[in-house]
Design a protein around this ligand. Structure first.
Ligand code: ADP
Ligand code: MG
Length: 283
């Protein structure tokens, strides 16, 4: 177990030696007893101070454990998000999402945008806010989620696994669109989405527009059924901007890569391999 900075207290006082996390409590106890003995506070005030300290320590411990089991580490917060870097984002809209009404209403939030624009950061930050508010959260990439469902299915435990993912008040499915999903995988994801539909909130992040979901999930029928549920009670936040990861090297990125990174609205028809000869590029 990692030692904390305060651990010296338990070493100094072997009678109180215990878990490293208890050290701040012990310190607070010493401090409060001292103030009581000095007549600075009454017994009632001492009890009040100790109960508050105990509550704060338990709450910190609960949040630490919940963040780990929710797979929300490394932690991201809205405070550490630089909104000035992403002017297409409406700060007020994100702040409103952080009030977590969408969790209570079992809605779906989509973060769409090119790589590095902060989709996972914002999804995690909302997840962290939900954990702090006492909600059960679980985060996974779509690929990992489907792997876990496929493994459960092979072991004859699919129903339990779906129940496990359906239990969280907020399920964050990250990285939709980076890796192609097999038809079987898409079916498994559909079963999970169906189990959560109108019962539990979700946040989905994707670098692909909805029109490309047929391609992403390898089956237009399943993609349509997924979108039917995932867009019913949904908030779509589209981020159009540069990659925060590449901000220091933006001048080194070729223009066509930067331009391609932008999510385009649903294409009206299938992309052709090569434009016909008489097609003139827009000036
Ligand atoms: P995406 O999921 O859109 O590919 P991430 O959310 O993973 O992008 O962001 C990539 C990295 O850049 C992460 O470390 C994230 O915390 C950071 N980041 C992205 N956008 C911002 C921002 N506007 N302010 C601060 N950090 C950011
Ligand atoms: Mg991401």
């Amino acid at each position: 177990m990692k030692e904390r900075a305060h651990d010296h207290t338990s070493r100094q006082n072997p009678r109180r030696a215990g878990r490293a996390e208890d050290a701040p409590c012990v310190e607070a106890l010493d401090h409060t007893i001292q103030r009581l003995e000095n007549g600075e506070i009454t017994a009632i005030e001492a009890i009040d101070a100790l109960l508050s300290e105990e509550y704060a320590t338990r709450e910190t411990r609960r949040i630490d454990v919940a963040l780990r089991t929710s797979k929300l580490l490394p932690i991201k917060t809205l405070e550490s998000f630089d909104f000035s870097f992403q002017p297409s984002l409406d700060r007020e809209r994100i702040a409103a999402l952080a009030q977590l009404d969408f969790v209570r209403r079992a809605e779906v939030v989509h973060f769409l945008g090119p790589p590095g624009t902060g989709k996972s950061h914002l999804a995690t930050a909302l997840g962290v806010a939900a954990v702090k508010a006492g909600r059960q959260v679980y985060r996974a990439s779509l690929a990992d989620l489907i792997d876990a469902l496929a493994k459960a299915e092979r072991q004859g435990q699919l129903a339990e696994k779906i129940r496990f993912y359906a239990r969280a008040s907020l399920l964050i499915v990250d990285e939709i669109g980076y890796l192609p999903i097999s038809r079987g995988g898409a079916n498994l994801f559909f079963q999970l989405v169906n189990a959560r539909y109108e019962k539990g909130a979700m946040i989905l992040t994707s670098n692909r527009g909805f029109a490309e979901w047929g391609e992403v999930f390898g089956d237009p029928v399943v993609a349509t059924a997924l979108l039917d549920r995932l867009l019913h009670h949904a908030v779509v936040v589209q981020i159009e901007g540069a990659s925060y990861r590449l901000r220091a090297h933006a001048d080194l990125i070729p223009e066509h890569v930067r331009a391609n990174a932008r999510i385009t609205p649903p294409p009206p028809q299938k992309r052709r391999a090569r434009p016909p000869k008489n097609e003139v590029a827009n000036p």
